[in-house]
Each structure stands twice: as structure tokens, then as C-alpha cells.
Write a protein that binds this ligand. Structure first.
Ligand SMILES: C[S@@+](CC[C@H](N)C(=O)[O-])C[C@H]1O[C@@H](n2cnc3c(N)ncnc32)[C@H](O)[C@@H]1O
Length: 427
């Protein structure tokens, strides 16, 4: 029988040391476990990734030397044990015993003494260890130093709040399929199913669930009555304002959340383009569940000559590849997989996509640029530079503070995810 803590240690090793994403590693490990243990595996992996610098710091104090090479996975097992002692409501004796039990499936029963000693010492010295870690900024906020510095520069008054929001569990938002039910009507169906939720007038299609629920419990989910999508992501299709008969390009479409939303709002001809063939399959799956149709095309947005048939588009959504620093609370592995140098590379790709896609838009047509990033380089600085070098691009304000000097709307993580939007019209 697979052991949850052993699988957690192996998964964390794969993510942090080997650079694999949690969204690929977690399903792989989960399938080895009975259903009832899968939530615990997820909770432990998310938790360790949220608090990694502090956990590393405690182990530095508690071990004579870090575990290296083949023993590296046991270093992660120690993080798993300490995370349970510090943050989970597992009785301490059970947390220690279960962590030690994970050594057998990991093939190292001989390390029992060491793991036991480290966890017991953590318990004894917890207050002092926490206090000394708290004096180190990276451990206090549990984010990489390069990212803290970038946020401090961009948000001198609110950087700490953003970091704190990233440490919280993200809420679950639903997007109601307006072809199926209006938002109010679906809210009544949730009431009948005794699913607590909040209606927020700001988001026409959005419902905030008070507690996350399994999608199979949502009325008519399988038949496309709703989708799970953060309220910030739901703004894309509304800002694009698709009309019946429009020819629309969703240039970075996978897994298709925004493609489907566009089609829920209008009978439009949508081309859903993505660079990743595997992820495009998920666009097809989502369209299928919602009984919608789009033309799914495998290709690069920065190389339209390889796939574009020559017809201009009325509207274009550019939900570009980005640092995803606005969705860290949903994907805490981003903190450890991203590097400072990635930001320049991503910004260069985003600029290229903007320049290559712009000629495909009809005069009078609308382009919506979106990222789930909180970094200005990918957001308002990117759009400012595009507007200055593109003579026929006109900035459309999304709110009173959306000015040409700092264009767009920046949402920070809180009620919604961190997102950025800018709207541009072709003259
Ligand atoms: C932010 S995600 C898009 C999310 C999607 N719009 C949704 O709402 O479900 C960015 C997507 O861009 C794709 N991508 C990365 N580089 C690309 C490129 N050069 N051209 C087109 N798509 C690209 C990635 O495969 C990824 O699916």
C-alpha cells in the first residue's frame, strides 16, 4: 500500500530539485493512493511548497549537514514531518510516527533514528527556531528573494499584503454558463443543493463558493451548467465583449477556460490557438462538456505565417504566457520553479506575440491583452511600450485610473487572483 508521506516527499523532490511542475507530479502520485488519502497528499505538498524557506531554515539548524545526493528525498520527508507539526492539526505523536513510517516504503528504515531526532528536536526548540527564521525576510514571507525585491519596487506600500495573500488558500469561483442558466437561477439551484455561496454583482457570470466542493456535487456540472474559473479570469471574455457572427482569435487558448466563456456569450467563430498540442486536447474536452465549438489550431502566436489563413479578426484575446505570479496561491510551486531571468525572456516573447498578432486585427477591431502576473514588466510597462511603437493602436480605458501613462487594470490577489488586463483598439 502506498504511503502518503513517502509520496509527498518524492513529489516535492521532483518539483523543487528536478524542476517539474506540481500539476504534473501530483496527479501521478495521487493515482497510487486510495481516494480518501488524496486530499492529505495535496494538503501536505501545497503546505511544504508554501513554507519551503522556513522549513529549509529549521532543518539547517537541526541537521549537522543537509542530506545530499541519494538521501535528498529524506530532506523533503523532514519538511513533510515539520510542516505537519507546525501547521496541521495532526497530533504531534502521530505526525512523528507517520513520518518515520514513511521510511520503510522509501527503502531506508535505517534512518529512523535521525528522522525521529530531528522531529523531536523541532518540537522542543520550535519557538526559538521560529523566532530566528522570522528575522530573515525570505523565511518571514516564504517567497524567493528576487521576487520580494521586484514586488517591493513595484508596490512600495502593498508588497507585504501581496505576499501574505499568496500564502492563503484560493477561493473557488464558478462561472455560470449563460446558455444554460442565468446566474441568479443557478444560484437558486445551488441553494437547493445546499451549497453555500455568495453572489457578487461585479462579476455577471461569477459565483463565489463559501467552501470548495467537488465538482460532481455541482448541479448539472457534467452537462455544462457551470465551470470552475476565478472571477479575475472571467473578466477576459466580458472585456472582449464578443458579438454574434464575430470572427475571434483566442491566441493562447489552452486549456480553454476563456475560449469557452467567449462562446457562452456569443455565437462567434472562434479560432483557439495554442503552442502546446497536449494542452489543446483539454480545450477540446472543455468545449465538448459545454457543447460548444471552436476551431482548435496548433501553432505559435508569434509565428502566424505558419497557421494564419489570411482572414482578419474582429476581436483578439491575447492571454499570453507569463510568470503566473498572480496565481501563486493556486500554484505554490511557481515560487520555486520561476527564476528572475525568466521574466525578461517572458516579456520578450509577449512583445513579439503582440507585434506579430496585431496585423491580424481588423481596423476598428478590439484586442484584449491579459496576464495572470503582478509584475509591471509583463503588464503596464509591456503595454506602454507597445502603444508607443504601434501607430494605429489606441488605448481604451477600463476604469478611471486606467491612463495612457500607466495603461490597464492591475488586480492583486485577494478576493480574486492577481490578473492584468489592457484593451486596445485598432484605428
Ligand atoms: C495563460 S495560459 C492560457 C490560459 C487560457 N487562455 C485559458 O483561459 O484557459 C498561456 C498559454 O499560452 C500557450 N503558449 C505559450 N507560448 C505560446 C506561443 N508562442 N504561441 C501560442 N501559445 C503559446 C501555453 O501553452 C499556454 O497554454
Amino acid at each position: 500500500m502506498a504511503n502518503v508521506r513517502a509520496l509527498a516527499a518524492q513529489t516535492l523532490f521532483q518539483v523543487v530539485d528536478k524542476g517539474n511542475s506540481l500539476s504534473t507530479q501530483l496527479p501521478y502520485a495521487s493515482q497510487k493512493l486510495p481516494l480518501k488519502d488524496r486530499a492529505l497528499l495535496q494538503q501536505i505538498c501545497y503546505g511544504v511548497l508554501r513554507y519551503l524557506p522556513s522549513l529549509e531554515n529549521y532543518c539547517q539548524q537541526l541537521l549537522e549537514q543537509p542530506l545530499r545526493g541519494k538521501r535528498r528525498v529524506f530532506q523533503f520527508l523532514l519538511y513533510v514531518g515539520i510542516y505537519q507539526l507546525q501547521h496541521m492539526r495532526v497530533p504531534a505523536h502521530a505526525a512523528v510516527a507517520e513520518t518515520v513510517n514513511a521510511l520503510k516504503p522509501l527503502g531506508a528504515p535505517g534512518m529512523k533514528g535521525l528522522v525521529n531526532a530531528v522531529l523531536r528536536n523541532f518540537q522542543r526548540q520550535q519557538a526559538t527556531l521560529e523566532q530566528s527564521a522570522n528575522d530573515i525576510l525570505v523565511c518571514q514571507y516564504n517567497h524567493p528573494s528576487w521576487f520580494i525585491k521586484k514586488l517591493q519596487a513595484a508596490y512600495p506600500d502593498s508588497w507585504a499584503e501581496i505576499l501574505e495573500a499568496n500564502q492563503k488558500q484560493a477561493p473557488m469561483w464558478l462561472r455560470v454558463n449563460q446558455r444554460h442558466d442565468h446566474t441568479q437561477a443557478y444560484s437558486a439551484r445551488l441553494d437547493q443543493a445546499e451549497i453555500d455561496h455568495i453572489l457578487c454583482n461585479e462579476y455577471e457570470d461569477g459565483i463565489l463558493l463559501t467552501h470548495p466542493v467537488d465538482v460532481t456535487k455541482l448541479p448539472d456540472f457534467a452537462h455544462g451548467a457551470c465551470s470552475v474559473q476565478d472571477a479575475a479570469a472571467q473578466m477576459a471574455a466580458r472585456l472582449l465583449a464578443p458579438q454574434d457572427g464575430d470572427n475571434i482569435l483566442d491566441a493562447c487558448a489552452a486549456p480553454g477556460g476563456k475560449t469557452c466563456h467567449i462562446l457562452e456569450l456569443a455565437d462567434a467563430n472562434v479560432t483557439a490557438l495554442d503552442a502546446d498540442e497536449k494542452r489543446l486536447e483539454r480545450v477540446a474536452d472543455n468545449l465538448n462538456r459545454l457543447s460548444l465549438e471552436a476551431d482548435c489550431v496548433h501553432g505559435l502566436a508569434d509565428e502566424p505565417n505558419n497557421w494564419w489563413q489570411g482572414e482578419l479578426f474582429d476581436r483578439i484575446l491575447l492571454d499570453v504566457p507569463c510568470s503566473a505570479t498572480g496565481v501563486i496561491r493556486r500554484h505554490p510551486d511557481i515560487k520555486w520553479l520561476r527564476r528572475a531571468t525568466d521574466i525578461d525572456e517572458l516579456a520578450a516573447l509577449q512583445a513579439k506575440i503582440l507585434d506579430e498578432i496585431w496585423p491580424l486585427l481588423k481596423p476598428g477591431g478590439t484586442l484584449v491583452y491579459a496576464t495572470c502576473s503582478v509584475l509591471p514588466q509583463e503588464n503596464h510597462q509591456q503595454i506602454s511600450a507597445f502603444l508607443s511603437r504601434t501607430g494605429d493602436a489606441q488605448h481604451i480605458a477600463l476604469h478611471p485610473e486606467d491612463k495612457i501613462e500607466q495603461p490597464g487594470l492591475q488586480l492583486l490577489p485577494g478576493t480574486t487572483d492577481g490578473f492584468y488586463y489592457a484593451k486596445i483598439q485598432k484605428q
